[in-house]
Ligand binder design. Sequence first.
Ligand code: PRT
Ligand code: ZN
Length: 303
Amino acid sequence: MSASSSAPARDRLRIAIQKSGRLADPARSLLAACGLSWRQSRDKLFCFGESLPVDLLLVRDDDIPGLIADGVCDLGVVGLNELDEQAKARRQQGLPDAYQPLRGLGFGQCRLMIAVPEDWDWQGVAQLSGKRIATSYPAILAAWLRDKGVDAQVVELSGSVEIAPKLGTADLICDLVSSGATLAANQLRPVETLLDSEAVLAGPVHELDDARAGLMAMLLRRLDGLSRVQDRKLLMFSAAEERVDALARLLPDAEPLLRLPGNGTSVRLQTMCNGALSWQRLEELERAGAQGLMVLAVEKSLA
Ligand code: PRT
Ligand code: ZN
């Protein structure tokens, strides 16, 4: 039986995103790139979908997994760190799984790491035994310590974790790191990674069984289309027939060259390339006989 079968059927999809913070703008931009647009409501917590029946709920990131678990929202954009923490906490309480990451979104990258005072002579995880570790991720940390067979004390803090060793409330910390500047500023050194995180689109563990299922499938397909074309470039040029093989050899990382009808003396060619095509590379192709080189960014794709 699906989880939603007891709930009234809904024909609008509801997505929770962060109201403000690191993931707020990229989440909105990504959904807009999927063709969604909204009428902003006055309280700015609920945005009514205009182009499609897909509404947005603007909330704190910590609330997103719970909103999906309760069926208030169907999808959410949230850090894998937050989703994993709440999933593990549910499991530790004996509750069933209620959400899952559906797609990695390629932004909000960071790592959940153990960091120790810089003056420690780091020998390995056994050194954590008997120590107090400050973190906002107690469930992930507890599971990791159990997995490593280390008996340490988890000190749960909701913020300012980096300052805990200086304040004497903990010996070391377990926190998110991106550039590493915050750790360095607090004389801490990252030594172990517990989780590589990024923003994910999270959804329920059970499939929806009303009109929302089609909307969700469409959204996922569009997201996949966007990630497929990310960093892809369409390269177009012309060349004399006898130069084509040499030019193809200069493009080993591209798809096979596609021939289009030319003007008799030359062939028109196109191919998809991954990553940036530098000026240097284009000049090299030109020297090998390519004419009228053109690089076009790919915006959308359906497979
Ligand atoms: O108000 P709300 O509860 O919604 O926001 P929040 O303050 O809880 O979250 P926010 O906006 O700070 O972060 C949202 C998500 O962004 C996190 O859950 C992560 O998935 C992701 N993210 C990516 C980060 C970082 N990078 C990050 N560097 N979240 C936090 N940090 C913090 C980290 O905790 C530490 O204090 O930045 C500091 C370290 O940064 P560096 O660059 O100095 O290493
Ligand atoms: Zn938060």
